[in-house]
Design a protein. Sequence first.
Lengths: 356, 264
Amino acid sequence: MKPVFMTYTKKDLINLAVCMVLSVLVIPTFITTEYWYTSILIPWLCLALATIGQQVVMGYTGQLALGAAGFMAAGAFAMFNLILRVPDLGFVGSLIVSGLIAAAFGILFGLPSLKVRGIYLMVATLASQFFIIWMIDKFGWFKNYDSSGIITAQDIVILGKPFTTPLAMYFVCLAVTTVLTLLAMNMARGSTGRNWMAVRDMDIAAESMGVSLLKTKVQAFAISAFYCGVAGALFAFCYLKSLEPVAFDIKLSFKILFMCILGGLGTINGAFIGAAFILLFPVLLNAIGNNVFHGAIDATIISSIEQVIFGGLMIIFMIYEPLGMAKLWENIKQKLSLKLQSSNNKDLKSSLSKKS
Amino acid sequence: MEYERKFKIGKPILEVNNISLSFGGVKAITDTSFNVLEHEVRAIIGPNGAGKSSMLNCINGIYKPQQGTVSFKGKQIPDITPNIMAQMGLSRTFQNLALFKRMSVLDNILVGRKLHTKTNFLEVALQLPKVKKEEKLNRDRSEEIISFLEIEDIKDTPVGKLPYGLQKKVELGRALATDSTIILLDEPMAGMNVEEKRDMCRFILKVNDELGTTMVLIEHDMGVVMDISDRVVVLDYGKVIGDGTPDEVRSNQKVIDAYLGVEH
């Protein structure tokens, strides 16, 4: 299919329009409970954005990296300090600069990828996770010498207007996520994405075609960290509304890794599907526990069951559909359209035979 | 058969001087020298383990020889890397196929256009007009190569799903897309049936003839080599044992011994 606008085909634009209508018109009109915004939609958008970052480095460039939460922390604390110390930047400006600061960390911690690969790289990138959190804890300046350990995030003010209601914050997250997703799609489908995938699939051949491994890998790490940084800032300011390094521990990194793998490596829409699944699944289990069993099952057991099912699903996906839920969705759509076609053909045949 | 060549064979474009390469104690190549002339089809042949692929990997910078130099376009390259050679106009294919398996045929060939892509990732993200212009040029050229190789019907298929013979063709296409002055082909016809081989020969000669691209190829099939190459260099145990036109090589006693075996 030929692209009609930028790199988007007609189908993409229709999908985009549907998503926009759903998220801008339908959701705000029909969902009025704050719980949905503060606990599901906002974290979903933030984590999906971070997962896109993970996709760039892992799904597209094939570099096994584990430290997304570290870059998120860098973004979040950069945002806090920028708003505190450079108020002239404004919210959007601070958000971009926070992303750039996270990207700088990304470049630094992406450098080992030139020498080590696979599981060893994963261990090397863990350094980012621990170093960034340690740095924030160690130097009081990053927390503005706050002794309580938990800092309240500043209110979001864009062009003099406060964005403090859950709905307003949802729109902020939605706008940022939409723009960055579209940019990521442009990169992934253009020459930039081809270079990433070439490095992923066969680095020696990529190099022989003139693709610089150094440049491509470092670029992927930088872009990935930028996305994680922006996502971290939104996560702290719109979802947590506080800043604490503990919120960005290794568990969050793993969560993002799972979202990336379950959603489908090397897909942008997979980031959204994976994030939705991992966020909604515990909610669903809880609802089942409360409504079907009326609390007969202990909450701790439910959360254990959740872990078991996640683990099982990871294994099942790795074996049967390594390309994740995005691919599964694609397959289902394909089968449905085939079925529709064949039933149409049958109708045609039967009407033909009737005529004869 | 004599025919008028559009691109006359010229001066040496690639010179390999006294290359020695060893892995640990195993000598793969010993003091080997030969050259490749502009616009010619040059074959490197030899029995298994003669050091043919190692030779290409030295020229291309994947292996670093312990001794010797490689000169390309009259310049001696001090620190060869695949990237530097690609930028200077040398492209290659690989013995065991090194395609980007999860990408489509068209995307694989588009990666070959990398050196003709000047826009950076920010410009790509924002899809500035110049990105579109460049992308269109690269796509047009790739489509041209695809129709030249007669693989239009599979251009959107992921390469990993294609049969071996077609994958070899795609790899040639990717090398062609670089618009390089010289292409190294590492066993382009290995594992192909007679018909596929004939096709591949036709493409190699057509590229050489129409674009003037210098071709260096490694091949096992003696018949094929003798038919399509201008000059042949024969390696055995990492040493040159014969160098010349196919006829000269064919009547060279050392070559006959190496291929047929000799009583000691």
